[in-house]
Design a protein around this ligand. Structure first.
Ligand SMILES: [Zn+2]
Length: 369
């Protein structure tokens, strides 16, 4: 490993985390306002958990960051009459259990995978029977996409979601667009045990994050998530956007500043590499936005369809423009340190209808489409 990386690991990490924490707050706030592009995506109603999470100020969040994950029920098979206790599953860690299936006799089958899902992780909902419809989950409604055997959707679990059991409801539609009924299924949000970081931040660093910069960042995020391409474009697992990187901050890491409580979570994954390292897009898509952001710096956001977007931030430059159709591996820019960053790295984000999730999950798993 080059000596500069060892040297920088100690000095760069904490400062990058400052960026991360603020960025996370803005990302959470922006996640509540998407509008559809070729599809209907309902936003959380005022007062819903999702809306509350989005509206809560960073200072009010610490209490949410350290609850004890105590899932009180197992994933259940939902029947028409009741949400009865279901089969017992000992696993209490994300992804450790087999998919859980809910069936409504005479209707259709819904499978939730994984049934124990970590905050900030991706959940796959498979439906056998209907070829379309919607999923109502965590205060929002997202569309189902057809597959050979039925339909599916990917759902992002918010980094600030409550721990414990939750319910989603699928409203199915058949190939002719007729109502195929509704089926509910449960899943459990658990603590993925991501690391926490304890930082000491100078006044000078803190002063970079002005209210004006934050407001502008929020405005730009709202633009980036204003619409979503309907048709999913990816066909394989996503690829890392750079080669020869070192992960300096994981997605979802909690952070404490100057001895304060654990507050916001990291909204992306920091991949440190030499300045000038080529950045390539993780999957096929359309460039939704390219430009300079006050905090994230030179940025490109790519829409992969189906509500899935990836963001590439702090780059030295960007070489694509909004509206451009690109294939996986297309060069979009180079690693830099623009915006609120203290060393060359790529802040890589993956969002599902504006909800930030761990991009590594998408590198390790090929979600169906
Ligand atoms: Zn970052």
């Amino acid at each position: 490993m080059p000596s500069w990386k060892r040297r920088s690991a100690g000095t760069r990490g904490p400062l990058l985390l400052v960026l991360v924490a603020v960025v996370t707050a803005f990302a959470a706030a922006c996640a509540s306002g998407p509008m559809a592009r070729g599809m209907t995506v309902e936003t959380p109603a005022a007062g819903s958990p999702a809306a509350s999470a989005a509206a809560t100020s960073p200072a009010a969040r610490p209490a949410e960051a350290t609850p004890s994950p105590t899932p009180s029920t197992s994933p259940t098979v939902v029947t028409p009459s009741a949400t009865a206790p279901g089969t017992t599953t000992p696993a209490r860690t994300p992804g450790a259990a087999a998919p859980v299936t809910s069936t409504q006799p005479g209707a259709f089958t819904v499978q939730v995978d994984p049934p124990f899902v970590g905050r900030g992780d991706t959940m796959l909902v498979r439906v056998t029977g209907p070829t379309g419809g919607t999923v109502r989950v965590a205060g929002r409604t997202v569309p189902l996409f057809s597959s050979a055997t039925g339909a599916w959707a990917v759902v992002g679990v918010n980094l600030y979601a409550d721990f414990g059991p939750a319910t989603l409801t699928v409203a199915g539609r058949d190939a002719q667009g007729k109502d195929a009924g509704t089926v509910s299924a449960t899943y459990t949000v658990v603590d993925p045990n991501r690391p926490a970081d304890y930082l000491v931040v100078t006044e000078e660093v803190g002063a970079i994050l002005t209210p004006e910069a934050g407001a502008k960042e929020l405005q730009l995020r709202a633009q980036q998530f204003a619409s979503f391409d309907a048709t999913p474009r990816w066909r394989t697992a996503f690829r890392h956007p750079i080669l020869g990187f070192e992960v300096t901050t994981q997605f979802g890491s909690g952070r404490s500043i100057n001895g304060g409580p654990i507050g916001d979570f990291h909204s992306g994954e920091d991949l440190a590499a030499d300045a000038g390292t080529p950045v390539t897009v993780a999957a096929p898509g359309r460039v939704a936005w390219a430009g300079e952001m006050p905090i994230r710096g030179n940025s490109v956001v790519v829409d992969h369809g189906g509500g899935v977007m990836t963001g590439y931030h702090h780059m030295q430059d960007y070489v694509v423009s909004a509206g451009q159709q690109i294939e996986a591996g297309t060069l979009i820019g180079h690693v830099g340190s623009t915006g609120f960053s203290t060393g060359p790295h790529l802040h890589w984000e993956l969002t599902i209808y504006g909800v930030n999730v761990d991009p590594e999950t998408w590198v390790n798993r090929n979600f169906p489409r």
